[in-house]
Design a protein around this ligand. Structure first.
Ligand code: C5P
Length: 410
């Protein structure tokens, strides 16, 4: 982020602050002050109900910008306000976020300016909920928060404490310092991979036995898709090479659909010719049936299937590594996770290796969450807690970026 050609000064991070209508909205004024003190430029959107708690004049004075309240601007302007705002912003921060706002975001409603902006914004989103503990604990709210987390929003959870309504419990807006830190980090992320080509593989491969049957595996592609989405949100140009999956590719990435390991190999070598970052998150079949039958094989008993090894694409990509390239592998294991992953990283020669235990439910294959252990550049194991795959993706990119910076592009 620079101020302009020939000027290396970083320009101020641009935060679009959405304030929704809970009592904690009174804290929005302090939040704006804190963001501005940290050097951010802030524009605020007030929902209709938030105006009952904090006035547009207060936030306009503190931000130095008119406060936006309706989809059409006031006075109505010929430009398309929500698009102007999302083009301007590096990050969208919603604090406080009411249960209503969480629900509307989670379901993609666009019936006021803030929810329309959320739908139109493809950069980093930070959400700081605040509400009565019973509302916060409601299963619908839980589900909405989880949904937003899986879509990449950073949730700054509310604290336990004494609330304005007189109840005690979790629901009080997070400390302003926590929201400010997440907001600034999000704004930085929005362009940290600007112009960088990232190639990601995802999903299983299906290896044909005959025209009707194949050997496959349970990979859903969610982890690789999350990495592609996170890299794209940081400004990268992303090529996503994926095997047969049922999930929808993230917006704005180039997809290459393949079926077999041999097709994936070709597509990944092609993408790696220009990629600075290569992430092999696919669960490539280690073997394929030898010479698949041209016609459907009929019942034979007994019948044995001869398998031949597939090429190790990751090892090949490492062997063909371009100058400045960062290469990341994955390892799905069911036992001796750390030892096997460390050995695998050494054998394959990648820079980082993400090991996941696929033996348990709720993590690994087909799940929305993942508990992984990162094997870092020095071969040290770093266990990460269970979290949405999108958060695993963000943390992984946070580790890839310094390696990229150490290895300037040729
Ligand atoms: O050896 P293993 O299959 O456990 O290695 C996993 C890593 O290697 C993953 O990054 C996977 O995408 C990659 N791989 C590959 N080619 C294969 C098998 C796995 O690139 N044939």
């Amino acid at each position: 982020m620079t101020a302009g050609p020939g000027d290396d000064r970083p320009r101020a991070p641009r935060i679009l602050l959405g304030v929704s209508g809970g009592i904690a909205a009174y804290k929005a004024a302090e939040l704006v002050r804190a963001l501005v003190r940290e050097g951010a430029e802030v524009r605020a959107i007030l929902t209709r109900r938030a105006e009952a708690f904090v006035t547009p004049l207060t936030l306009a004075t503190l931000t130095g910008h008119p406060v936006e309240r309706t989809e059409f601007g006031e006075p109505p302007s010929p430009s398309i306000l929500h698009i102007d705002l999302v083009r301007w912003a590096d990050a969208l921060v919603v604090a406080p976020a009411t249960g209503n706002v969480l629900a509307r975001f989670a379901r993609g409603l666009a019936d006021d300016l803030l929810s329309t902006v959320y739908l139109a914004f493809d950069g980093p989103v930070v959400v700081a909920p605040a509400m009565n503990p019973r509302m916060w604990d409601h299963p619908e709210t839980r589900e909405n928060v989880a949904r937003l987390g899986h879509r990449g929003a950073v949730i700054v959870p509310p604290e336990e404490g004494f609330l304005a309504c007189g109840d005690e419990g979790a629901g009080r807006l997070a400390p302003l310092e926590a929201i400010v830190a997440e907001a600034l980090a999000a704004a930085r992320r929005s362009s940290s991979l600007d112009g960088v080509h990232v190639a990601v593989s995802a999903g299983p491969t299906f290896e044909p036995i005959d025209p009707a049957r194949f050997v496959g595996n349970r990979s859903s592609g969610r982890m690789g898709f999350a990495i592609a989405a996170a890299a794209r949100a940081r400004g990268a140009r992303v090529t996503l090479v994926h095997g047969p999956v049922t999930i929808t590719p993230p917006w704005g990435v180039e997809t290459v659909a393949v079926r077999t390991a041999l097709e994936m190999r070709e597509a990944m070598h092609e993408a790696a010719r220009t990629a600075r970052v290569v992430v092999m998150a696919a669960a490539v079949a280690d073997h394929r049936p030898a010479g698949p039958a041209e016609r459907k094989i009929s019942r034979k008993e007994p019948w044995s299937l001869e398998l031949v090894p597939n090429p190790d694409i990751l090892a090949e990509l490492v062997a063909a590594r371009r100058p400045g390239q960062v290469i990341v592998g994955f390892a799905a294991e069911t036992h001796d996770l750390v030892e096997r992953a460390k050995a695998k990283k050494q054998r394959k020669g990648c820079d980082l290796l993400v090991a996941n235990d696929v033996s348990g439910a709720g993590s690994g294959f087909e799940a929305d969450d993942n508990r992984v252990t990162l094997i870092d550049e020095q071969g040290r194991a770093e266990p990460w807690p269970l979290m949405p795959k999108r958060q695993v993706a963000e943390r992984l990119l946070d580790r890839i970026e310094p390696l990229l910076a150490e290895r300037p592009a040729p």
